[in-house]
Design a protein around this ligand. Structure first.
Ligand SMILES: Cc1ncc(COP(=O)(O)O)c(C=O)c1O
Length: 382
């Protein structure tokens, strides 16, 4: 099946018992065992619940893995996956990652002895220089919020030679546009709160692997740590995923137009969108993904006040998150990426004039007119 059929028919497409076309919300924390030593596939809902299983099987099919896991948030997915490492291990990470991912590595896992190195550019990085203690690579591509592109195949090939586990956060692309496992990654993680859920009504995380050995360890960690996705949220997530293809086509179409409009605008210093031909990652993106996604970041020129810009938005919601059907604008320096050290933020360009739009599926002209008005309103008087 092609991906636009798979989002609808992958996983478990109907309820085993009743034939209901939607797997019901099984609100049961435990399951009757008919006799000693026998169960019907489920024992206790932290370990497994049929509604959660439906989203786990679906994401596994979509990412081309052997097993999927659903968690209470993207951070719960990432944190559980990071537990594959042990004290004294070191991982390599992108220089711009979602702030919460950086925070959990820098401020939580470091307390348990996990070390990390920031790699400025994985596309040119010389892997022969890494130390013996490096055991894994954690990348986002495109990155949040600067939309830098990492060549997943290159990283995976270099990592394989050195026995490193490659983890890719595929939140921005979703399996509709990109399948990191087919490019050599070992594990994919998602903040399913974003495009997979798609309607800003559920917080969820997913992980998928194509290694049976890693799958066994993740199942153990998921059950041991217990940050699992509840049944109702699992149901909402399956419901969201079913329309992924139509939503993402529209998100990406609108985003391309917004990026081109901003690029040509005199008030804009820089636009970050991999769909622009002069984006440094454009060619790599074309080879490893089937689209450019729905997130566009941009910098206002001097003389335009970012607070006035934000305060004049009406149609576009000012708030954290991304990937919902409604357009959402955030100010990374004070919101999603506040957890990054100021020095790192400044160095990579997450400054006050940087804004990130998660372009929704509204009418493009309405969005463009709203941005145009916000730019006019943000112009400082001389
Ligand atoms: C790329 C990326 N990864 C992970 C996360 C964390 O996901 P959650 O908020 O669902 O915990 C986010 C959240 O913004 C994100 O943008």
């Amino acid at each position: 099946m092609k991906i636009d059929s798979l989002v609808i028919h992958g996983g478990i497409s109907s309820d085993k018992i009743t034939g209901a076309v939607n797997v019901p919300v099984y609100l049961s924390s435990t399951f009757k065992q008919p006799e000693f030593g026998v169960n019907l596939g489920y024992e206790y809902a932290r370990t497994g619940n049929p509604t959660r299983e439906s989203v786990e099987k679906l994401i596994s099919d979509l990412e081309g893995g052997v097993r999927g896991f659903a968690f209470a948030s993207g951070m719960a997915a990432t944190s559980t996956v990071l537990n594959l490492f042990k004290s004294g291990d070191r991982i390599l990470i992108n220089n711009n990652l979602y702030g919460g991912t950086f925070r959990v590595i820098d401020k939580v896992f470091s307390n348990f002895g996990l070390k990390y190195d920031i790699v400025e550019d994985f596309n040119t990085f010389d892997f022969s220089t890494i130390s013996e203690d490096v055991k894994g690579v954690f990348i986002e591509t495109p990155t949040n919020p600067l939309l830098s592109i990492t060549d997943i195949k290159r990283v995976a090939e270099e990592a394989k030679k050195r026995n490193l586990t490659v983890i890719v956060d595929n939140t921005f692309m979703t399996p509709y546009f990109q399948n990191p496992l087919s490019l050599g990654a070992d594990i994919v993680v998602h903040s399913a709160t974003k495009y997979l859920g798609g309607h800003s009504d559920v917080v969820a995380g997913l992980a998928v692997t194509n290694s049976t050995e890693i799958a066994e360890r993740l199942a153990f960690l998921q059950n041991s740590i217990g940050a699992v996705l509840p049944p109702f949220d699992s149901y909402l997530l399956v419901r969201g995923i079913k329309t992924l293809s139509v939503r993402l086509d529209k998100h990406a179409d609108n985003a391309q137009k917004i990026a081109e409009y901003l690029k040509a605008h005199e008030a804009i210093e820089e636009v970050f969108y991999p769909g622009l031909k002069d984006h440094p990652g454009h060619e790599i993106q074309k080879t490893q993904a089937r689209g450019f996604g729905g997130v566009v970041s941009f910098k206002l020129k001097e003389g335009y006040d970012f607070k006035k810009f934000i305060n004049s938005l009406e149609l576009i919601t000012f708030g954290e998150s991304l990937g919902g059907i409604e357009s959402l604008l955030c100010h990374p320096a004070s919101m999603t990426h506040a957890a990054l050290p100021v020095e790192l933020r400044e160095r990579i360009g997450i400054k006050d004039n940087l804004l990130r739009i998660s372009v929704g599926i509204e009418n493009f002209e309405d969005l463009r007119d709203e941005i145009e008005q916000a730019i006019i309103n943000s112009k400082e008087e001389k």
